[in-house]
Every structure is written in C-alpha cells, then in structure tokens.
Design a binder for this molecule. Structure first.
Ligand code: SF4
Ligand code: SF4
Length: 181
C-alpha cells in the first residue's frame, strides 16, 4: 500500500463470550430505558447529533447498538456516554420513537452506580454540593474579576442541597471512604 493511501482501521473483534444477553432487558426494565429494544439501527440519531458532528468517538447509534448486543462493560466503562449534551435532537429524528437521550441517562445511572463516572464529573458534583458552583473559585479568579471591575461571585445557599444529598444517599458516591465528610 502506497504512502497516504487510506487504511481501514482494524478494531478488536467482539468476543461472544464477553457479551451479556440480558443487558438490553436490564436497560428496558428501567423507566428511562424502556424503549431501547425498538431501535432498528437506522442511524438517524447519529446523523443529527451535534456532538457526533464535533467528535469522532461519539455515535448514539453505536451506543444503542452495543447495548442491544450485550456489550455491557464497553458501554458502561467506555466513557462515551458522558459526552451527550442531552439536547434531544436524536429523539426528534428517531423513526422508531426511541427515547435515546433518556436511554443514555439510564446508562449513565447504571455506570454511576457501578463507579464508572469520570472523576472530573464527580469533582464538579462535589463542588456543587459544597459551594453551589460546579467550579470552585480560587484567589486568582477573584483577583482577575477585581481587575476586570467585576464583583465577587456570591456565596450560594447550599444547606438544602446538602440535606437532599444526605437524605437520598447520593453523598456516599461523592466521597471515597478515606475522605468521607
Ligand atoms: S434513530 Fe432510532 S431507530 Fe435509528 S439508530 Fe437511532 S435509536 Fe435506533
Ligand atoms: S441528546 Fe445526546 S445523543 Fe442525542 S443528539 Fe443530543 S447530544 Fe446527540
């Protein structure tokens, strides 16, 4: 093959022994994932997905297809799930009325419960619970705002949110044992 000629990317073949045939039923048993089995893999969701247009790795049809095939580990640990912008464009386009965005959220919930949430998102959730902002302000940010003539960001009332995360048990997912509050 001459230099510059297109090469088909070689992917690892799927091993049937690694598939979980019950995964699609596990998803369909959830309220948000209940329509997943109606997908006939037409690709209209991927064709209209704004995140898919900007990245090569995010394709909602592929996620739904892998989930239907039983690729549990790949879907829940692969990280693509967290790229969805929850814009619902895919749902408007799906001829089978699959609630794709909700399916993605159902899969995120499963991934979260099993500890596969990207650390950056956990950090944002912690910041939100502690300060009301997903990004904690720093001294240098305060200084820069002052230089620009901007007021300091206000302190947010987080007490009610902290009560909710404690009452729902969500808090145990935010802090590891060693740093639990
Ligand atoms: S648009 Fe609907 S039917 Fe087509 S691949 Fe996406 S989820 Fe499946
Ligand atoms: S909701 Fe997510 S998967 Fe659907 S079009 Fe928007 S970014 Fe893509």
């Amino acid at each position: 093959m001459s230099e510059g000629e297109y090469k088909v990317p070689i992917k690892e073949p799927i091993k049937t022994k690694d598939l979980d045939p019950d995964f699609k039923y596990e998803i369909a048993d959830t309220y948000l994932g209940r329509h997943i089995t109606a997908c006939f893999k037409c690709g209209a969701c991927t064709g209209g997905c704004p995140v898919g247009i900007l990245t090569e790795i995010y394709k909602p049809r592929q996620i739904i297809g892998e989930a239907l095939l039983g690729m549990r580990e790949k879907v829940l640990t692969g990280g693509e799930l967290w790229l969805c912008a929850t814009c619902y464009t895919c749902e408007d386009r799906c001829p089978q009325k699959v609630n794709i965005t909700d399916v993605i959220i159902a899969l995120r919930n499963m991934a979260f419960r099993e500890g596969h949430t990207p650390e950056a998102l956990i950090e944002q959730a912690r910041n939100m619970v502690e300060t009301g902002w997903i990004q904690k302000t720093t001294a240098s940010m305060d200084k820069r705002r002052e230089e620009l003539g901007l007021s300091r960001l206000p302190k947010m009332a987080v007490e009610d949110m902290q009560k909710i995360v404690k009452a729902t048990g969500f808090i145990k997912y935010l802090y590891k044992k060693e740093d639990k509050k």
